[in-house]
Design a protein around this ligand. Sequence first.
Ligand code: SAM
Length: 260
Amino acid sequence: MPTIPRLYVDNPLSEGAVLALGEEAANYLSRVLRLGIGGEARLFNGRDGEWLARIEAVGSRRIDLLLAQQTRAQPQGGGPGVTLLFAPVKKDETDLIVEKATELGAGAIWPVLTERTQTRTVRLDRFRKIALEAAEQTERLDLPEVAEVQALPRALEALGPGTALIYCDEAGDEAGDKSGAAWGGASGRAGPMLEVLQGLKGRDAAILVGPEGGFTPFERAGLRGRKDTFPVSLGPRILRAETAVVAALSLWQAVCGDWG
Ligand code: SAM
């Protein structure tokens, strides 16, 4: 039995309300999904949970839906949240990062400019559309906040107090860790992420992933000297940025997030 399609709307949702949605929703439900009067959709707005709605009237530029019943309540607060800070890379790979970060439950997605970031302009409307479609598909009840692109130092200042910054540090010995120091700490090498996460349970977190060229030694020194910052290793191989995002968010969800 095909699943009832999900649609994000910005309208308030309550029992018995009739929503008049515009051309885009009318086109998607009636033309793409070929739903007519009596057809059903599940609506969510990030505030009022998810509602089963029935199509009452269909036009080319408008579709009316009656809210029949709430199918899922809106979760109230609860566990720690995770923000993804990432340096944009090539277009398709960056689109993938936004989509996978949404599926993996990032509460916020912040594109940041680092010294070696090559892609310095982003299409925010495009990111928000990708995040919305991924939220509909992944059965989320909210949308991640997708921020304007900003310089890394500014983004770090904007992090909430006490947020644990998990900094994916790909640099091995060749990047100046010749000291062979033990993992972790301001000057040591990055700690295995799974190990570092054990001490971060219950804390809001931000995960930082760099661009194709990685972080400069200057950036690394700044990050390692920063309070509440935890350099982590994602193993002995250099991962593409989009792979690192998926790996880091998956580990965080499994240890600190809502996969438990
Ligand atoms: N500087 C790297 C090199 O030497 O080729 C390339 C950077 S990598 C393509 C992009 C980002 O993914 C890195 O800045 C880092 O944040 C993350 N990353 C990749 N592999 C990693 C690893 N093994 N451990 C931790 N982070 C990693």
